[in-house]
Design a protein. Structure first.
Length: 330
């Protein structure tokens, strides 16, 4: 791909996630959104027409297209591995929604295949590129709150409809894959790789009866130097959906929803329990995916196979952590 050419993008999936990211793809000059693929021809055509996308294709047709440079996969978790595998084998770069795969074994196979074939592959963990999150990471590294020692993060909302996808194990439902990847990623981003992981939770449905998916999780991460991260997710309870990093000289509160935050508060003690507060606002561009998409375009243009802010190694760490969490939930 030459430096001045536009990257031709195809989107696989026509659900809520695809709908959210289409306007941001269209904001990035490096991309040319040329096609969308789905299983239902009429719905796919309507999706394309409503959003000004030239071509509406079937799934197999899109995967086999030679007119696509980058495929963004916005389907449910259970389909990620097979769809991404086929795209990589065809030589098409892939931006794959999170959770990346259903488990670490699938993630390891995909990343190995991408390296073997020389094809760009990245998890679409947009939070890693969020400007406010990046600024918090810089402040922590600069010692803005002294030595960071503890992190709290939660992601929870009540899904009362038993027919909702998140209650369907076959379609990749459950709290860990849909919600848990976010606080696990935040801890990984700010504190690095953990040394220990302890988890508990439940597999109770919206009616309180046993179900096939994990629905409530509490995770405690420990680090070699004694730092800790306390994480909570839930499909049954409404949680704060914010994050806090406590240090030896202050605290940073990441405003909700932390994974799509537009700001944070730095709090430093002024004596006793009194705190000096500094609020920082960093409004998102579009729907918030633009920084990630710009990074993807830059990486592909440079001929890289991954992006350092959402590397294969980072994705594998999170998928292994999810496996460990799920293994510990009764």
């Amino acid at each position: 791909m030459t430096h001045d050419s536009r990257i031709r993008v195809g989107i696989l999936g026509i659900g809520w996630m695809a709908d959210m990211i289409v306007p941001d793809f269209q904001r990035v000059d490096a991309f040319d959104l040329v096609a969308v693929g789905g299983r239902d021809a009429a719905r796919t055509r309507a999706f394309a027409d409503d959003r000004g996308i030239p071509r509406a294709l079937g799934v197999d047709e899109l995967l086999a297209s030679d007119e696509i440079d980058l495929l963004y996969i916005a389907t449910t978790h259970d389909s990620h591995f097979e769809l991404a595998r086929r795209a990589i084998e065809h030589g098409t770069a892939v931006l794959l929604e999170k959770a990346f795969t259903m488990n670490a074994a699938e993630a390891e196979e995909l990343t190995a295949l991408a390296r073997e074939r020389g094809v760009f592959l990245m998890e679409a963990m947009w939070m890693r590129f969020n400007p406010a999150i990046r600024r918090v990471a810089e402040l922590l590294a600069e010692g803005a709150i002294g030595e960071p020692r503890h992190l709290d993060a939660s992601f929870g909302f009540a899904i009362t409809d038993p027919a909702h996808r998140l209650w369907d194990a076959v379609r990749g439902g459950g709290s860990a894959l849909d919600q848990g990847v976010y606080p696990l990623t935040l801890a990984d981003l700010f504190f690095g790789e953990h040394a220990t992981l302890a988890a508990t939770g439940s597999r109770l449905g919206p009616d309180g009866r046993p179900t096939a998916v994990d629905s409530e999780l509490a995770v405690l991460l420990g680090y070699a130097d004694g730092r800790q991260a306390s994480l909570a997710t839930s499909l049954r309870a409404i949680l704060p959906c914010d994050a806090s990093i406590g240090g030896t000289a202050g605290r940073i509160r990441v405003l909700p929803a932390f994974w799509a935050t537009e700001g944070f508060v730095i709090e430093r003690p002024t004596g006793g329990f009194a705190l000096d507060r500094e609020e920082v606002s960093m409004p998102k561009v579009g729907n918030g995916y633009v920084p990630m998409l710009e990074a993807v375009a830059e990486a592909i243009d440079d001929g890289r196979l991954e992006h350092e802010l959402s590397s294969h190694a980072a994705t594998l760490r999170i998928m292994r952590a999810v496996d460990t969490v799920l293994a510990q939930v009764p």
